[in-house]
Design a protein around this ligand. Structure first.
Ligand SMILES: *Cc1c(COP(=O)(O)O)cnc(C)c1O
Length: 373
C-alpha cells in the first residue's frame, strides 16, 4: 500500500504508565482487540511487552493465540462472547474467558479444563451477562461441581456520553449486589473488574481489582465529555499522547480548469483554476467515504488541504491551490497526525465523518504497514 501508519513507541509506553499510575492498586489490562484498535496487534504488543503487563485483553481466542505465539506468558482475558466450541482452544492456551450466560457457565463447570471463567453480570447494557438475581443459581452450581470462578465483571453503558454518572452508579450497585453474593458463597478471592478507559479516568470507585483500558492507551480521550469530567476532578489533564499517525504521499499533481468536474458523480465543479493532488488512499484503506461530503482536510507541509469530490475506493483528490510552496509528487501527506504546527486528530476525522474515533481506528486496513517509530 502507498500509505503507512507510524506507531509511536514512547507515546504508547507513556500512556500505559500514566493510566497504571492513575489506576493505583488496580491492575490495568491493556485491551488489544481489533488489531490493537488499528494500531497493529503485533507492533503494539512488541512495545508493551517491555512493560511486562500481567494481563492483556482481546476479543477473540484467535487474537490470544497470536499473542501466545509471540511469547506472551501472562494472563489473557477474552472479552468477546465465549462459545462452547472455543473451550478446547481456551484450555490449550490457558485463557481467561468472560462468560455471560447460565448454560455456558454450567457447561464450563461440568468439564475439567485449564481455561478460567469470569462471570459477566448484566447491569444495564443488555448485551452480555447474567442478572444479579441469577447469580445465586450459578454459584450454587459451581459449589456443587467444586469449581471456582476466577472473576466477576460488568461493563458500563453510558460513561462516555454524559457528565452525570448516575446511570453508571446504578449499574455499579447491581454489580455490588452480585459481588456480595460471591463473597457470601465463599468465593472471596474472585477478581472484580468493571472499568474501561472513561470510567477508569473519572470514576475511582469503578476501579476494583483491574481496569480494562482500550482507547486511552492509544492516547485519545474516550470523548470530550470524559475530558471535561476529568478536569472537574483534577487540576490538570492527564498527559495522554496520540500513538498513531497515518501518512501517505502525493502520487499525481494536476491543474483543473474552471468548469471541470472532480470525482465520481460530478459532485464537485471547479469555479476557479485549481491545483489538485491525487492521494493513493480511499475508503478501502479506511478513509471514511462520507468525509468527502466535506469539509474535511489532509495536511501537506503544515497546511490544511480540503478534500474535493467523492472519496474513491483507493484514491482521493485534495485542493492544493493555496499552498504557495512548490509541491512535488512523493511529498508527504498527513491524514491523521501532525504536520508542522497543524494537527488532524482521529477525533477530527471522526467528527467530519459522523462517527467516533474508535471506528476510525478499527477501519484502518490491516494491510497498511505499521511502522514503529
Ligand atoms: C473494548 C472493551 C473495553 C475497552 O474499552 P475502552 O473504552 O476502549 O477503554 C473494556 N471492556 C470491554 C468488555 C470491552 O469490550
Amino acid at each position: 500500500m502507498l500509505c503507512r501508519i507510524e506507531i509511536n513507541a514512547q507515546a504508547l509506553t507513556n500512556n500505559y504508565r500514566v493510566l497504571q499510575a492513575k489506576a493505583g492498586k488496580s491492575v490495568v489490562i491493556p485491551v488489544l482487540k481489533a488489531n490493537a484498535y488499528g494500531h497493529g496487534l503485533k507492533e503494539s504488543f512488541a512495545i508493551l511487552k517491555k512493560e511486562s503487563p500481567p494481563w492483556i485483553a482481546v476479543n477473540y481466542v484467535s487474537e490470544a493465540e497470536i499473542l501466545r505465539d509471540l511469547g506472551f506468558k501472562g494472563r489473557l482475558l477474552i472479552v468477546g462472547p465465549a462459545v462452547e466450541r472455543g473451550f478446547t482452544k481456551a484450555d490449550e492456551l490457558e485463557l481467561d474467558l468472560v462468560v455471560g450466560n447460565m448454560d455456558l457457565l454450567k457447561s464450563w463447570a461440568n468439564r475439567p479444563g485449564k481455561c478460567r471463567v469470569h462471570v459477566k453480570i448484566e447491569t444495564g447494557m443488555s448485551r452480555q451477562g447474567i442478572l444479579p438475581e441469577d447469580v445465586d443459581e450459578a454459584l450454587a452450581y459451581f459449589s456443587e461441581k467444586k469449581v471456582t470462578p476466577t472473576g466477576v465483571c460488568t461493563h458500563f453503558a453510558n460513561v462516555e456520553d454524559v457528565t452525570d454518572q448516575s446511570y453508571a452508579l446504578h449499574q455499579m450497585s447491581g454489580f455490588e449486589t452480585a459481588i456480595a453474593k460471591f463473597h457470601a458463597a465463599g468465593f472471596t478471592k474472585v477478581l472484580k473488574h468493571a472499568a474501561s478507559s472513561a470510567s477508569s479516568l473519572i470514576m475511582d470507585s469503578s476501579l476494583f481489582d483491574m481496569a480494562r483500558v482500550g482507547v486511552s492507551l492509544y492516547g485519545v480521550w474516550p470523548s470530550k465529555l470524559t475530558k471535561v469530567s476529568y478536569l472537574q476532578l483534577n487540576a490538570k489533564v492527564a498527559s495522554l499522547l496520540p500513538v498513531l499517525e497515518w501518512k501517505t504521499e502525493i502520487t499525481t499533481l494536476k491543474k483543473v480548469h474552471v468548469g471541470q468536474y472532480i470525482g465520481y458523480g460530478c459532485t464537485f465543479r471547479a469555479n476557479r483554476e485549481m491545483d489538485i493532488a491525487v492521494l493513493p488512499v480511499g475508503y478501502n484503506e479506511g478513509y471514511p467515504r462520507i468525509a468527502g461530503e466535506g469539509p474535511a482536510y489532509v495536511l501537506i507541509r503544515g497546511e490544511r488541504c480540503p478534500i474535493v469530490g467523492r472519496i474513491c475506493m483507493n484514491m482521493m483528490m485534495v485542493d492544493v491551490t493555496h499552498t504557495s510552496k512548490n509541491l512535488h509528487v512523493g511529498d508527504e501527506v498527513v491524514l491523521i497526525g501532525k504536520s508542522v504546527d497543524e494537527t488532524v486528530s482521529a477525533g477530527d476525522l471522526a467528527n467530519w465523518s459522523k462517527t467516533i474515533h474508535y471506528e476510525i481506528f478499527t477501519k484502518l486496513h490491516p494491510d497498511i504497514p505499521r511502522v514503529i517509530v
